[in-house]
Design a protein around this ligand. Structure first.
Ligand code: TPP
Ligand code: MG
Length: 293
């Protein structure tokens, strides 16, 4: 990793720090899955590198004051990815790590689908797909109207949400309003609830689609931390009050980093036998140590 980092001009200590956070996020995802015996674990492991780069490097926020007015916004439109956000919020110090044990339990602040009113640091409620980008457009425009376009709005959406007309209405609006302070991150994990994304509604030429809607487009391997950091740097360096909105299309691998889970089918929602969780954690740790050498 060090050689590639140098070649890209990234600071090695920075990449290492974010890689540590990605490991912490993945472990937090497994801890939540184990506590509940099930959950949307596959997509959370897949998007962990992107969330580590956003929450533990790029996002301007104050962990001890999640409602700080000067913060950047991170909107999770895919409510079912909430355990990924919770693990990221714990890694960023917004919620206590031990609280991850309460994932999806009665009375918990960490419901199975992300809710603004329950969890510190959650900007919107998810669950009904296809609404996140529209809300992000409203927030980015609102911040600009208040003269605060230096505060960025990030929105993580899924490839399933690209089937929603509302996503493309929002994409058109963002370009119409020249929202250069908006960064959309799309998790292209190739899967939806009922099958492969390509089988349900064709998803080809994503770069061309976004670009024809007026967006600045980058497509990356979303599990390559250097690529993620570089793409985010490019997007945020070019973030301006009036300009093209940015989309980073992230190809990710479901259950990345945990071979026994990667090998499963029905990865949209995983039920895992109690005895498999310790193996999953061991595999995650072994892979991380291997990559850290
Ligand atoms: C408007 C709306 N339609 C349908 C659903 C049901 N639903 C929940 S998750 C999901 C899959 C969406 O695709 P994606 O987020 O890409 O799935 P994943 O990658 O997590 O498997 C669907 C259709 C929903 N929550 N909201
Ligand atoms: Mg998907």
């Amino acid at each position: 990793m060090a050689a590639v980092t140098q070649e890209l001009g990234l600071d090695a200590a920075r990449t290492r720090r974010v890689a540590d956070s990605a490991f912490e996020i993945r472990m937090g995802v497994l801890e939540q899955g184990e506590a509940q015996g099930e959950g949307y674990v596959g997509q959370a492991l897949g998007i962990a590198d992107v969330l580590a780069a956003v929450y533990c490097d790029k996002l301007r926020h104050r962990p001890e004051d999640p409602d700080w007015d000067g913060r950047d916004r991170f909107l999770l439109s895919i409510g079912h990815y909430a355990l990924a956000s919770y693990a990221a919020l714990a890694a960023a110090g917004v919620i206590p790590r031990a609280e991850l044990q309460t994932y999806a339990a009665d009375g918990s602040r960490l419901p199975m689908s992300g809710m603004k009113t329950y969890t510190p640091g959650m900007e919107i409620s998810g669950g009904s797909l296809g609404h996140g980008l529209g809300q992000a457009v409203g927030m980015a425009l609102g911040l600009r109207l208040q003269g605060r376009a230096d505060q960025l709005v990030y929105n993580l959406l899924s490839d399933g949400e690209l089937n929603e007309g509302s996503t493309w209405e929002a994409a058109m609006s963002a370009a119409h309003w020249n929202l250069g302070n908006l960064v959309a991150l799309v998790d292209l994990n190739g899967l939806q609830a009922d099958g492969r994304t390509d089988d349900i509604l064709r998803m080809d030429a994503q770069e061309d689609r976004w670009s024809s809607f007026g967006w600045h487009v980058q497509r990356i391997d979303g599990n390559d931390l250097e690529a993620v950091l570089t793409a985010l740097d490019v997007a945020t360096d070019q973030a301006v009050a009036h300009g093209r909105p940015h989309v980073i299309l992230c190809d990710t691998v479901l259950a990345k980093g945990v071979p026994i889970l990667e090998a499963k089918d029905k990865l949209h929602f995983l039920r895992v036998a109690a005895e498999e969780w310790p193996t999953a954690k061991e595999q995650l740790t072994a892979g991380y140590e291997e990559n850290s050498r």
